[in-house]
Write a protein that binds this ligand. Structure first.
Ligand code: SF4
Ligand code: SF4
Length: 207
């Protein structure tokens, strides 16, 4: 609501600035709204009105830009960044587990896959930030649509909640999502095809 009101206010003040300018400098062919507004404006005190409108318009525009990181508008930046960093190959980008390399890791228990946010790659975390929670992935997921215990959107929402709460090392993540849900994934990649912001839902170990 705040964003919509802000954008409308910027557009309206912009038209009034144009009207005030045209009222002083003469008609501007093609500026239909500005020409009409100029005809409605009284001629007295126009330079002052123009100056105040100009400042109001400018400050509103700057305030909206400053608000971008704290609002859904941040997706204007995140979505192209996430799409640009996407791996240009079709299908789920789950990487390959190198079991031979793991065998050489010595006494330490080898770690496979992910169990907490701290195991995810930076690209995985960007995917989580970028998700719009639009639900398109849920609508095309064969598991979700056949009543299985998996919703790719649900998984993204849970991941986003953990990320927002800074639970990077919280291993309750897997219990919250449930292994049942994970194993219902067929890795068909329909969710990835439908995602408008290039999220890689079957994300772990995509690197
Ligand atoms: S389709 Fe993409 S943006 Fe929409 S909910 Fe699913 S992961 Fe998020
Ligand atoms: S890859 Fe998995 S989560 Fe995505 S649509 Fe297919 S079954 Fe659903």
């Amino acid at each position: 609501m705040l964003i919509e009101v802000g954008i409308i206010a910027i557009i309206v003040t912009g038209f009034f600035i144009e009207g005030a300018r045209i009222a002083q400098n003469g008609a501007d062919p093609g500026s239909f709204v500005g020409n009409w507004l100029a005809a409605q404006l009284a001629t007295g005190g126009l330079p002052t009105v123009h100056r105040y409108l100009w400042w109001t318009h400018g400050l509103l525009a700057l305030a909206l830009i400053a608000y971008i990181p704290f609002s859904p508008l941040v997706h204007l930046v995140l979505a192209p960044a996430n799409a640009g960093l996407d791996i240009p190959v079709p299908g789920p980008k789950m990487g390959v587990m190198d079991f031979e390399a793991l065998e050489g890791e010595g006494e330490e228990t080898p770690s496979l896959g992910v169990s907490k946010l701290g195991d995810f790659s930076r690209k995985n975390l960007l995917d989580i930030f970028t998700c719009l929670k639009c639900g398109r992935c849920h609508e095309v997921c064969p598991a979700a649509q056949t009543g299985k215990k998996l919703s790719p959107k649900g998984v993204m929402v849970t991941l986003a909640e953990y990320l927002q709460q800074g639970k990077m090392e919280d291993e309750s993540l897997l219990d919250t999502i449930t292994t049942d849900a994970i194993y219902n994934c067929t890795t068909c990649a329909a969710c990835m095809e439908a995602c408008p912001v290039a999220v890689n839902q079957p994300m772990p170990s995509s690197g």
